[in-house]
Design a protein around this ligand. Sequence first.
Ligand code: SF4
Length: 76
Amino acid sequence: MSTPKRVTQSIKKDVVSPKDYLNYDHRWSCEDCTHFKNENESCTLGYVTSHHLKRQQEHDFELGGKVAFCRFHEID
Ligand code: SF4
């Protein structure tokens, strides 16, 4: 009998200093990105936005002090 495969979190989250989080006006969410389509909260590059939406990042930070950053984030 084999051991069932463990379900692990696939998205990588980075630790963010609470001091930095509170003191900087950060622009790292999908809502701040050139590729974000507000109408349906999608990404024009086709990436999944759910981990990088502002509300999710705020939730993740408040829960564990970590945020999932998108490597393709762009600001005009
Ligand atoms: S490139 Fe990344 S940050 Fe920008 S909209 Fe797409 S998923 Fe969001």
